[in-house]
Design a protein around this ligand. Structure first.
Ligand SMILES: N[C@@H](CCC(=O)N[C@@H](CS)C(=O)NCC(=O)O)C(=O)O
Length: 212
């Protein structure tokens, strides 16, 4: 049975892959497992009733597996690992929450209008912790091989790099060389190239949130 996946289309460009990091995470998992699948791009500003039936929260990604639609990237990644265990992308449990606060810290800093409210410092602390982890265990979170936690972090770090660069002229400090090399290695993967949103769509996606 062919796998099918609904992911976000770019805003204003329904035939172009959009800027959803959770959709990219699911696509990366399919690509890294070398699975074939049919991709449906979905305009989130115009959700038909059938979509709300397969995705009760009205969110993408949604994957069709064994003739059943499944929502939520955590659930999707778990099911794909169970059904297609090779190559294994399992992250050892002790590493599964590495970097898990980076996305929320990045969003707070991105939206912040007060340079002294501590949001930049909070993000830096998370990135320093990731750098220390990679220095001890890298080049990827669980060592030599990419695992699920890297595929979750990669799209979020991509959004961080583009959005903070564009809206705040901010870059990951050079001193965090392990994080910088990690990002470079993830973004250079064939799976990433194939599933990433274009820079302009990432910027357009964050614009209303930054200027809210
Ligand atoms: N927890 C969900 C989050 C998915 C999510 O937030 N998707 C966003 C797009 S990036 C969405 O579909 N939002 C609905 C909307 O914008 O109407 C997951 O991991 O799959």
């Amino acid at each position: 049975m062919a796998l099918e996946i609904c992911v976000k289309a770019a805003v204003g460009a329904p035939n172009v892959l959009g800027d959803c990091p959770f959709s990219q995470r699911a696509l990366l998992t399919l690509e890294e497992k070398k699975l074939s699948y049919k991709r449906h791009l979905f305009d989130l500003s115009n959700k038909p009733q059938w979509f709300l039936e397969i995705s009760p929260e009205g969110k993408v990604p949604v994957l069709k597996l064994d003739d059943k639609w499944v929502a939520d990237s955590d659930v999707i990644v778990g099911l794909l690992e169970e059904k297609y265990p090779e190559p294994s992308l399992k992250t050892p449990p002790e590493f599964s929450s590495v970097g898990s606060n980076i996305f929320s810290s990045f969003v707070k800093f991105l939206k912040s209008k007060d340079a002294n409210d501590g949001t930049e410092k909070a993000l830096l602390e998370e990135l320093v912790a990731l750098d220390d982890h990679l220095k001890a265990h890298g080049p990827f979170v669980a060592g030599e091989r990419v695992t699920a936690v890297d595929l979750s972090l990669a799209p979020k770090l991509y959004h961080l790099e583009i959005a903070l660069g564009h809206f705040k002229k901010w870059t990951v400090p050079e001193s965090l060389s392990h994080v910088r090399n990690y990002m470079k290695a993830l973004f250079a993967r064939e799976s990433f190239e194939k599933t990433k949103a274009a820079k302009e769509h990432v910027i357009a996606g964050w614009e209303p949130k930054v200027n809210a």
